[in-house]
Ligand binder design. Structure first.
Ligand code: BDR
Ligand code: CA
Length: 314
């Protein structure tokens, strides 16, 4: 049976690939809507980028909403133009979107939709800071028991952080939101840096994507060629990590991934480690498990899936 999903996202080149992978993947998943959050770049750009991606995939029918413009607590928005470029989606030359942005606030859309749909009908895919989802949970706590699962990219433990020595970007931008989500009782699947740093776009893999004769694949190659220049310098690895597509790939082929059900808590107080995901991987506390922490991935299988699915798009 198809998984019905709502994607909350701050595109971002890797968000874009995650969205394209989802849009190319019926019957396994059906994208009901996209909600933009602030993160890689400010909200006006992520809301525009989300629509550019829908149009690139030939899906201007997907409703796109804008959520919150910044973190939920008094904390300035941290963005990542140094990685993603000034638009967040630098690389391909995509036209300005013509499809409309939905007028309703993204948080209200999440609440109304979760209340209107049968319990457990919808999965949330979170590809950016968790502000919108946490705000919805605060405004309408009754929705927690209606969400089937939150599958998210965020955090890191053994791998450390990527924006501070201990914090991953999405959790660092809005640590209070991440904390609320991890305390919500909603089943969580977490794709941390520990796994995304093993999903590397090597020159060989980029070459195979380049051979796919679709405009979506050409745009993906341009995006990844742009975003890798920063990561290759930073990590000195064989390719740049592809973070957010791990979320949508998990929903299509969960058998590509494995992990452990453990307790994960988010640091919100310490100036030194704010945004850190403290993962009790070895179960050394009695804190109840609240997340499936993914640690292993079949990265060859992941890229085979990506190639196969991108070939389906226009
Ligand atoms: C996460 O941060 C963003 O820059 C990426 O889009 C991804 O969601 C990785 O830390
Ligand atoms: Ca993202």
């Amino acid at each position: 049976m198809t998984r019905r999903i709502i994607i909350d996202t701050d595109p971002g080149q890797d968000d874009a690939v995650a969205i394209l992978l989802a849009l190319a993947s019926p019957p396994e998943i059906t994208v009901e809507a996209i909600v933009a959050c602030a993160g890689n770049v400010p909200l006006a750009l992520t809301a525009s980028n989300a629509r550019k991606i829908c149009e690139l995939a030939g899906r201007p029918d997907i409703p796109v909403y804008a959520g919150c413009p910044g973190p939920m607590a008094a904390r300035p928005l941290v963005t990542a133009e140094h990685v993603h470029g000034s638009t967040g989606l630098n690389g391909p030359d995509l036209p300005e979107p013509t499809m409309p942005l939905q007028p309703r606030h993204g948080v209200d859309f999440l609440i109304d939709t979760l209340r209107a749909e049968p319990r457990g009908a919808l999965t949330l895919c979170a590809l950016g800071p968790l502000t919108n989802i946490a705000m919805a949970l605060i405004k309408a706590p009754d929705i927690a028991s209606r969400i089937r699962e939150i599958v998210l990219m965020g955090g890191g433990y053994f791998e450390g952080g990527n924006i501070t020595p201990t914090a991953e970007f999405n959790f660092y931008v809005d640590p209070h939101a991440a904390d609320i989500v991890f305390r919500s009782g909603v089943p969580i699947v977490m794709q941390p840096l520990d796994v995304t740093h093993r999903v590397l776009t090597t020159p060989d893999r980029l070459g195979r994507l380049r051979a796919i004769p679709t405009r979506a694949a050409a745009a993906v190659v341009a995006m990844l060629t742009f975003s890798e220049r920063f990561d290759l310098d930073k990590y000195g690895s064989a390719g740049a990590p592809l973070h957010d597509p791990c979320v949508t790939a998990y929903l299509i082929r969960p058998e590509l991934f494995s992990g452990r059900h453990i307790n994960v808590e988010i640091e919100t107080m310490s100036p030194l480690t704010i945004g850190m995901s403290v993962a009790d991987f070895w179960r050394v506390t009695k804190r109840a498990p609240n997340a499936l922490f993914i640690r292993e991935v079949d990265d060859a299988g992941f890229y085979a899936l990506l190639e196969e699915r991108l070939a389906r798009l226009p």
